[in-house]
Design a protein around this ligand. Structure first.
Ligand code: PA5
Length: 482
């Protein structure tokens, strides 16, 4: 028997905006005219990295270290393996996998949305509902601390602290741990959920301080309230969010990689995909550069066609959370100074039955970017005969044997044709398949595109000063005397 494992595919993802040009609303000359500004924006985005590294960041927020983070993590892992960050992440993930059956990620915004995107795209769609054996011994993953929702928190507690007698303290299936993710370490939503769950976890481990510390993995900035708590608890595993990596750009730090590895996602391939995208971004000429082409079309669609709404239309349920992650990335990065397009995630064909009417005939303020997937991960289903009847009541006998991917392709092509027939601009990002390598490429492409667009239009993509207003006013109500 051969011990050589086949090398998993590394096909590139691609971007195609021919149907946008075909509407006539975006002359080719405009795209050509944007080549030089795009090259300048790329240079500036890469120069940000050098500026940050040399300590000349200035006063404005600057978090460009995500750009070469995947290649740096992989290089360190390849050369100084046992001392590397990635090694520590994999080791902590293994420990958690072996000791608990559920991990709860506490975090909000950039501190949890990337993890959700990885989980939903790369894991079994019903991961949490499978038995431990069917999950290959990987824990379930739950999320809290992303809202202040009483009933949702109570619902999670129902799962974590089953009625007395149902859970045995030594039963692996009843054990759980929490990853607390907050760069600032002081975000209220996450902090109150941390308190709530710490209390339950302390009770679950019989108030044993050492066991409690092992079950809490903080992922946070070098200092702050969460870092102090980690020290007090004596947590054996604590991960940092590196300087120069902002929350919404942190998916390829321990923030995303640790929970991903816990649930069995191949984080090395994820990083390899992301690093491959950074290489293309740096090296490919504008006309062949998916990041720069995407920025060009989104920007010109906004400028020339009034497309201030960007619909990311996923043709797979599994990419919906990627869309929600991107909504946050684009909104917080470019929604400043009364500028910035509005991102909107749709899942098709599902949302054709809710938004399709508006996309086809509503206000002409949208650019639709399809997220299409070449091949499914599982064997294609085919339409069976009608069980329990020989009467063809549903009138589908002529489609017996038609495969699910064939039906989806017909829906995609039909929708694109319908939009084209009324001049609705539609572009497509194509993933050959959904796996760690393509998801790594996609997330990195969207992060790079966001910062390049910021530099192109003169908006600092880093920082989110506007979010402070609600926080301040919320705290004023909670602490009127404070
Ligand atoms: O992108 C960002 O920086 C934000 O979305 C933050 O991730 C979010 O506000 C949570 O902040 P923190 O990680 O400090 O708790």
């Amino acid at each position: 028997m051969s011990v050589v494992r086949p090398k998993p595919p590394e096909d590139p993802i691609s971007y195609d905006a021919a149907a946008v040009l075909a509407t006539g609303g975006m002359p080719q000359a405009d795209l050509v005219g944007l080549i030089e500004p795009l090259e300048a924006a790329r240079r500036e985005s890469l120069a940000d990295l050098e500026r940050w590294r040399s300590g000349n960041a200035g006063v404005d927020p600057l978090d460009p270290a995500f750009i070469d983070l995947p290649e740096r993590l992989l290089a360190d892992y390849g050369t100084t393996r046992p001392e590397s960050e990635l090694f520590a992440i994999l080791r902590a993930a293994k420990r958690l996998r072996e000791t608990v059956d559920r991990v709860v990620v506490l975090g909000i915004g950039g501190s949890y949305m990337g993890t959700r995107a990885l989980f939903e795209s790369c894991c079994h769609p019903f991961h949490n509902e499978l038995s431990r054996g069917e999950r290959g011994g990987r824990p379930r993953l739950s999320f809290e601390g992303y809202n202040i929702d009483n009933d949702s928190a109570q619902g999670l507690l129902d799962l974590l602290t089953p009625a007395a007698g149902r859970a045995d303290a030594d039963d692996l299936l009843a054990q759980w741990a929490m990853l607390v993710v907050s760069k600032s370490g002081g975000t209220l939503e996450t902090a109150v959920a941390t308190r709530l769950l710490l209390q339950k976890l302390a009770a679950a481990v019989g108030q044993d301080a050492a066991r409690l510390a092992e079950r809490v993995v903080p992922i946070t900035g070098a200092s702050g309230k969460l870092a102090s708590l980690a020290t007090t608890l004596g947590c054996p595993d604590v991960f940092g969010i590196p300087d120069g990596v902002g929350g919404r750009f942190s998916v390829f730090t321990a923030v995303g990689l640790l929970p991903a590895s816990v649930v069995g996602i191949d984080v090395v391939r994820l990083l390899e995909g992301a690093a491959a995208m950074t290489r293309r971004f740096r090296e490919a000429p504008v006309a062949e550069n998916p990041v720069l082409q995407y920025v060009a079309v989104c920007h010109l669609a906004e400028q020339r066609m009034g497309a201030t709404i960007r619909v990311l239309s996923s043709w797979s349920n599994r990419l919906e959370a990627v869309g929600l992650w991107y909504d946050q990335l684009l909104s917080e990065s470019l929604g400043k100074d009364e500028k910035g397009a509005t991102p909107l995630t749709a899942v098709t064909t599902r949302d054709l039955h809710s938004r399709g009417q508006q996309h086809q005939e509503g206000r002409r303020d949208k650019l639709i970017t399809n997220l299409c997937v070449g091949e499914p991960r599982r064997d294609p289903l085919t339409l069976p005969g009608l069980a329990g009847s020989a009467g063809n009541e549903d009138q589908l006998d002529d489609l017996i044997g038609t495969a699910w991917p064939t039906m989806l392709e017909a829906a995609t092509d039909g929708t694109n044709e319908a939009y084209a027939s009324v001049g609705r601009p539609t572009a497509t990002i194509s993933l050959p398949r959904i796996d760690e390598h393509t998801v790594g490429q996609l997330l990195q492409m969207l992060m790079l595109a966001t910062v390049v667009e910021g530099r192109l239009v003169g908006t600092n993509p880093y920082g989110q000063p506007g979010v402070e207003a609600y926080k301040k006013l919320m705290m004023k109500r909670l602490r009127p005397e404070g």
